[in-house]
Design a protein around this ligand. Structure first.
Ligand code: SIN
Length: 315
């Protein structure tokens, strides 16, 4: 297969992506300069930093630490507030064929509903990503581990929200959890799920200083990078096997090469997001991985992602 004949295009419902890769919310996407840089790269679009109704400073520093296998963070949702990201999204969605995914993460159900009302009333006409999985807010649980709370917020949301909504999920670890979250999500007109957020409340220890490596929450924080890829693949696969076909999947977790994207798509991802490795490498990662993925597809004789999406074999 000639590499020039290979397409890395993808879609979520009616939204078309020229490239299957996006940044993950939180990484190099907090300012309009950073977001514009992603839009001007080979990525298929950008995701905005998860917004709260008002600007937030986030947790105290140091709140992120890179390690040879990835990173740990407890950022605590530092962001410029919904109005800032909504304006950017309204101005840039669909421009030059690029998608802008608007991510929101209220600290309470009411905050989420307030932001969804504002988005409903706005001129933004792209995908909204409701983040129910931030592990770094002191004193708050990750909503998506409480299945009835997810049902409750979605019931309230779809009473008024008519735009296209995705849900950012945390990793699940038990097969019953996959069944339970899928049972809830399948009852709603959701456009996609994004699986996974970081593995919450990990701990990295520095044996030399005999200390934790980040300050908030006594050192506990979300893990990303190599630590999380098998868990991410398992979540994409398990959800693809359980969710109704109209719900697309964004695969996020441990992607740093063409092979990693290939594996996520094989497990069922429609689109992928890159977090930790994008943080390390910046926008050139999208062209490097596009080339690596195209080479793998050429070797295997695949011309589009549809040729192998979800076709993981079992033994
Ligand atoms: C953070 O700002 O703490 C990270 C956001 C997230 O994990 O959802």
């Amino acid at each position: 297969m000639l590499q020039s004949k290979i397409s890395l295009k993808a879609n979520i419902g009616k939204y078309e992506f020229n490239n299957v890769m996006l940044n993950a919310a939180g990484i190099r996407c907090a300012t309009t300069d950073e977001l514009t840089k992603v839009l001007n790269s080979e990525a298929g679009g950008c995701v905005t930093k998860s917004a709260t109704p008002e600007p937030r400073e986030g947790n105290e520093s140091p709140r992120m630490k890179a390690t040879p296998l990835g990173c740990i963070n407890s950022m605590g949702l530092p962001n410029h507030g919904l109005d800032y990201y909504l304006k950017f999204a309204e101005e840039n969605q669909g421009k030059d064929g690029k998608q802008v995914l608007l991510s929101i993460a209220g600290l309470t159900v009411d905050q989420n509903l307030e932001m969804l009302h504002k988005i409903q009333e706005s001129s933004f006409n792209g995908l909204v990503e409701l983040n129910l999985s931030c592990p770094n807010i002191k004193g708050e649980s990750q909503i998506a581990y409480d299945f009835e709370a997810v049902r409750d917020i979605l019931t309230k949301t779809f009473k008024f929200f008519t735009k296209d909504l995705g849900i950012k999920l945390p990793p699940y670890f038990d097969l019953h959890q996959f069944d339970q979250i899928a049972d809830v999500l399948n009852d709603f007109p959701i456009a996609y799920v994004n699986s996974i957020n970081s593995i919450g409340n990990g701990l990295i220890v520095n044996p030399e200083t005999e200390s934790v490596v980040i300050k908030p929450k006594g050192g506990f924080g979300g893990l990303g990078g190599d630590y999380v890829k098998p868990t991410a693949l398992a979540n994409v696969r398990a959800l693809r096997l359980r969710l109704k076909p109209e719900i697309a999947i964004i695969g996020t977790g441990g992607i740093k090469s063409g092979r990693d994207v290939f594996e996520h798509v094989l497990c069922g991802a429609n689109v992928v997001q890159i977090g930790t490795a994008f943080g390390f490498e910046d926008v050139k990662i999208f062209s490097r991985i596009s080339k690596e993925l195209s080479e793998i597809m050429a070797e295997k004789g695949y011309s589009s992602l549809d040729d192998f999406r979800g076709k993981l074999k079992t033994l």
